[in-house]
Design a protein around this ligand. Sequence first.
Ligand SMILES: C[S@@+](CC[C@H](N)C(=O)[O-])C[C@H]1O[C@@H](n2cnc3c(N)ncnc32)[C@H](O)[C@@H]1O
Length: 340
Amino acid sequence: MMALSGLKQPPFKHDLQELPNGELVWNGSLVLLKYLQEKGENFWRGKKVLEVGSGAGHLGYDLSLMGCDVTCTEMPGKMIKALEESITDLETKVPRKHGSVTCKPLLWGEEGWKADPLNDEYDIIIAAEVVFHEGTHRQLLWTLGKASNQNTEIYSIFLNRPFSWNFFVIIDDDKLFRVEQIEGYDEMGLDDVHMHILRPFKDEKAEEQVVEKVETAKEEGGLEVETATEKNGEKKEEEELSLFELIDQLLGINAEKLQKWVNASLGCLLFISLIFIKMAIGMDDYMMAALHGGFFTLVLCLGASVNWVIMEAHRLEAEKRLKDGIEDTKDVPIENKKTQ
Ligand SMILES: C[S@@+](CC[C@H](N)C(=O)[O-])C[C@H]1O[C@@H](n2cnc3c(N)ncnc32)[C@H](O)[C@@H]1O
């Protein structure tokens, strides 16, 4: 089914693989590609498709062979150049009967859009393995909102990595999209891989309700709180802040940063205790060396536990939010673009 040569075939044992030309392909995208290909050529013929973070462009290219017009995008600079080269290479190796692929630079977020604007004509948007870095979630969501119209469907796949689920926490918090979790597809050997369809809320429903983002000025020292307000103004509900949001609001650091800081501090302690162990051995004081060794082991265990707790709390919270969000957002229509 796949047109690309040189690719390892499933079952996949690793998250990613390297193409002969050195480009990386994230195997999750091949799972999504297979799922999308199974929709058949009748579904894809004539569709306008946007892919964000295309990488080597293999997914967009193979999809275009089904008869759709795909715009593959990458970061400006060397990433878009590599994508263009990869697509040119594919055009020569795998000829097409119909469909097309165009490459365009697109950095996620408002600035990137201003520099290289697109439009919202897309029927389908593909987001394969693009939520791996928490720091870009908001920019990516901004771009997805901007590029989608009322009928756009966004297909997302990701392998669970630390904080990937936070992407869905933001969607839930800001009521950006309706989320459908896709179950029961062929995971092709990968573990903990998740597929979703995101759909914008419909316009007519958005007229019934508006979302107000109330941002109390940080200079005033207040917390940032979001409220959903019905148009008649009768109901005003304050959203519950999660543990990580509370830490973020109070200390100005997100969960990813918090974890990095904790690891950096424990790393320093480990380094210092190693020096003491070395000194004690140098002085033939094995009792002292054993004591420092004990301390070293304790810090190591502490580090592992703290990391596990942060990640597990984050994962459970995100899963709960997503589950609640899917239930809640069915009836909470808020226009996507207004919230961005
Ligand atoms: C994990 S790779 C996935 C690539 C491809 N979709 C795949 O599955 O093989 C993520 C891609 O997103 C792109 N990317 C990351 N941050 C980006 C940003 N802020 N704006 C645009 N693209 C970005 C990277 O250049 C990279 O190619």
